[in-house]
Ligand binder design. Structure first.
Ligand code: MTE
Ligand code: MO
Length: 194
């Protein structure tokens, strides 16, 4: 049938997975940032648990095993993008050699943005620190040189300009979680606001 392309064909084709409730298809890539983009002088990625801490220079980071990820992304403001392509390092890889009993984590960005996640949402092949989007270096406005990428949760959990991750014994809300966004943010459960 002529006229049904893009999101329409995906929505009317029952063999394709549906969007989470309340979401609509977005072809572009909106930029959503609270405040100015940070000025990153020397990039370094840090990981801290109760058993120690590690940091990676840009070269160290790129020398880690890299993974390609193709997946949909969902923003709480109701847009979803389908089949986006990313490349980066699994958070599991970063945690190798840094065991933790903690159940929570706080991601911190250059510029001060934070977001909290249960550790189980960061581990087990569910989250990456990505530096490449659609085959090109991640642009600064989308969090380049590297951002956290947690595609199974609303996109505010994917901290742009990631500076580090620290584990926590007790949960503590991040930036948007403090302003009334849901503490968890599962789009399939419509965990938008608390
Ligand atoms: N450092 C930082 N990361 C951030 C944000 C931000 O303001 N600062 N906004 C979050 C929100 S609310 C969304 S929806 C996504 C938007 O990512 P995008 O601009 O690449 O679409 O980034 C998230 N990560
Ligand atoms: Mo957002």
């Amino acid at each position: 049938m002529v006229g049904f392309t893009g999101f329409a064909s995906r929505r009317v084709d029952p063999s394709l997975p549906p969007l989470p409730p309340g979401q609509h298809f977005e072809r572009g890539f909106p930029v959503l940032t609270a405040g100015p983009d940070p000025n990153i002088k020397v990039w370094e990625l840090q990981l801290a648990t109760e058993t120690g801490q590690r940091s990676w220079s840009w070269e160290d980071f790129l020398a880690l095993p890299q993974e390609d990820v193709t997946t949909d992304i969902h923003c709480v403001t109701s847009w979803s993008k389908l089949g986006t392509h990313w490349r980066g390092v699994s958070v599991d890889t970063l945690f190798e050699g840094l065991p933790t009993e903690h159940r929570y984590a706080l991601a911190r960005s250059y510029g001060g943005y934070t977001t909290n996640l249960p550790l189980e949402d960061l581990l087990g092949g569910k989250a990456w620190v990505v530096h490449t989007f659609e085959g090109a270096p991640l642009s600064s406005e989308h969090g380049g040189p590297a951002r956290l990428f947690v595609p199974h949760l609303y996109f505010w959990k994917s901290a742009k300009w990631l500076q580090g991750i620290q584990t926590m014994a007790t949960d503590r809300p991040g930036f948007w979680e403090n302003y009334g966004y849901h503490n968890h943010g599962d789009p399939w459960k419509e965990e938008r606001y608390s």
